[in-house]
Design a protein around this ligand. Structure first.
Ligand code: GDP
Length: 297
């Protein structure tokens, strides 16, 4: 069945934090995500081109892991939340130090607060001559958001997504924040989690990037994801490397679903293939009926 089973406390193991990057347009979200990916994912690979799969995991030098949702902008964050998906533990909010606290910065702050997700501020573009990080912190203080330098509890770090200055320290602060959250999940059960994105690939069929949040996903598992289902034929990590299983807080792309589920759809593994197929079929029937009804009105 797809009912949530409650885990016994002793079955819960520490897991990596799942982080989303938000902020005003042009303040440097994409640059920051690209920098982190290039430093921590592509480095060490023998010339492999890493495709964008909507999420990636990084392992820092000390072995600690962070899972990033690589869907910058809070549209993705709110779209997922609207579908009931809670997939972010910590929000990095990027603010350009040579600009002001802009409308989308404020929106990102309210979205994170509404979701109860702690914020770490990345005061970006400090390599620019016009950068004035203190002005940004002052602006935050005026909004009742006191960062540590200003005697408050909110983490922030001055960075340059362009030169990489301060990015490692920023990630250390993200991990510090994660420690306070005591994030845990049970790896020893059938996997469940959330769909990040999915598309039809000409050669490989439907490719879905999913984030495992509980349990461990394995090749051969029967997956139900929104109105789609199928047996996992292959799994790849952010390096495009084939893997056989994926535990909690691991983003991976999977092959084998019979369609492209929507971002924010929950997925779960069922004991039997027929049940997964039946539920998926029933859901798409319901969806069709609903859309016919809304068209009539
Ligand atoms: P997004 O819209 O928030 O994703 O912003 P982008 O990452 O696309 O960055 C917007 C522009 O600012 C681009 O031209 C970047 O090259 C530039 N940019 C981003 N971060 C920095 C930085 O730390 N320093 C400088 N000088 N430019 C940056």
């Amino acid at each position: 069945s797809i009912e949530e089973e409650v885990d016994a406390p002793e079955d819960l193991k520490p897991r990596a934090p799942i982080v989303t990057v938000m902020g005003h347009v042009d303040h440097g979200k994409t640059s920051l995500l690209d920098h982190i990916r290039e430093e921590n994912v592509i480095a060490g690979e023998s010339g492999g081109i890493t495709q964008h799969i909507g999420a990636y995991g990084v392992t820092l030098k000390d072995g600690q892991k962070i899972a990033f949702l690589d869907t910058p902008g809070h549209e993705a964050f709110t779209a997922m939340r609207a579908r009931g998906a809670q997939v972010t533990d910590i929000a990095i909010i990027v603010v350009a130090a040579d600009d002001d606290i802009m409308p989308q910065t404020k929106e990102a702050i309210s979205h994170a607060q509404a979701a109860g997700v702690p914020i770490v501020f990345a005061i970006n573009k400090i390599d620019r001559p016009a950068a004035n990080p203190e002005k940004i912190k002052e602006g935050l203080a005026a909004m009742n958001l006191l960062v540590e330098d200003w005697g408050g509890k909110i983490q922030s770090h001055d960075i340059s997504a362009k030169t990489g200055e301060g990015v490692n320290e920023l990630l250390e602060k993200v991990l510090l924040e994660a420690e306070l959250l005591e994030l845990k999940a049970n790896p020893d059960r059938l996997a469940s989690g959330t769909v990040v994105e999915a598309y039809l690939d000409k050669g490989r069929g439907y490719v879905s990037t999913i984030l495992v949040q509980s349990g461990t996903l394995q090749i051969g598992d029967y997956v139900l994801a929104g109105t789609c289902s199928g047996k996992v034929k292959a799994m790849q990590d952010e390096r495009g490397k084939d893997i056989k299983k994926a535990g909690p807080a691991t983003p991976i792309s999977i092959l084998g679903l019979d369609g492209a589920p929507q971002a924010g759809d929950k997925f779960s593994v069922l004991d039997d293939e027929r049940e997964a197929k039946q539920i998926a079929t029933k859901r798409s029937q319901l969806q069709r009926e609903q859309s016919v009804r809304t068209q009539r009105h």
